[in-house]
Write a protein that binds this ligand. Structure first.
Ligand code: BTN
Length: 247
């Protein structure tokens, strides 16, 4: 337990939340699921200095070394249903926090990867657990604060270059999530649009290993990616993976 970190974090949070801090854990999202399934109710913020089995979207792993990153999951414990656009809200909260505390200009790669200078510096994994009488939503966020060396398996990893107060950064993001997660997407989508790094780019839509070339046109009011396929058809993608096409 790192009480210094916990106390400082609690000081900056705009809403009191139970904080669990681990020096090392398999995954803060996995721990969140265990706690929810064991009957724990209420909101929880689970923070770890290191993850041994950090998880990413699409079944990928998330490299989570000690000392150079911060890994945390906010659990909205008792909801009637999961917030609709929590992933979009989380990306906005991370960017706003980074812009508030630094002079950096992060970008959002749809749907919720945060990039700086063309490298991925933060990943977000939102999951829901449905129980008999309630739903819990888990928003897991991993930030490469200063991580410089990545294993070969990590594509395009980069560092935020953050040397400020980490509890303050985490608190800013969590405060932002409480502000945006339950708002209609329209309330913050314009901010998201101005940080969207795919808009105007040639991309591949990736589904079940199949790559479909398309052009990214923009972000819809609900946070979907608007694309034009090569046959001219325009559609909105609301899940899946997209990569930039270098041509
Ligand atoms: C991605 O890049 O695809 C999403 C990565 C999400 C990583 C965070 S770190 C905290 C939380 N615990 C996990 O195991 N994953 C998320």
């Amino acid at each position: 337990m790192n009480n210094g970190f916990k106390n400082e974090l609690a000081l900056y949070l705009s809403k009191p939340v139970e904080i669990l801090y681990y020096n090392s854990i398999d995954s803060t999202n996995t721990e969140a699921k265990r706690l929810i399934k064991s009957g724990k109710t209420g909101d929880i913020l689970i923070v770890a200095a290191k993850q041994t089995e950090g998880r990413g979207r699409q079944g990928k792993s998330f490299y989570s070394p000690e000392g150079t990153g911060i890994y945390f999951s906010l659990v909205f414990g008792s909801l009637e249903k999961p917030p609709l656009s929590v992933t979009t809200a989380a990306a906005v909260s991370v960017c706003r926090a980074v812009e508030k505390l630094t002079d950096k200009k992060p970008e959002i790669k749809w749907v919720n990867d945060i990039y700086l200078s063309g490298k991925k510096v933060c990943g977000i994994l939102a999951e829901a657990v449905s129980l008999e009488n309630r739903t819990a939503a888990i928003v897991g966020i991993g930030i490469n604060l200063t991580t410089a060396d990545f294993p070969e398996s990590v594509e395009n990893g980069g560092s935020l270059g953050f040397f400020g107060s980490v509890p303050k950064l985490v608190a800013e993001i969590v405060n932002g999530l409480y502000k945006t997660a339950f708002l209609p997407t329209g309330e913050y989508i314009e901010y998201y649009r101005t940080r969207s790094m795919l808009t105007g780019k040639k991309v591949y839509l990736i589904e079940n290993g199949k790559k479909t070339p398309a052009a990214a046109l923009g972000i819809s009011d609900t946070g979907a990616l608007r694309v034009r396929l090569e046959n001219g058809e325009i559609c909105e993608i609301s899940s899946g993976d997209v990569t930039v096409r270098e041509e």
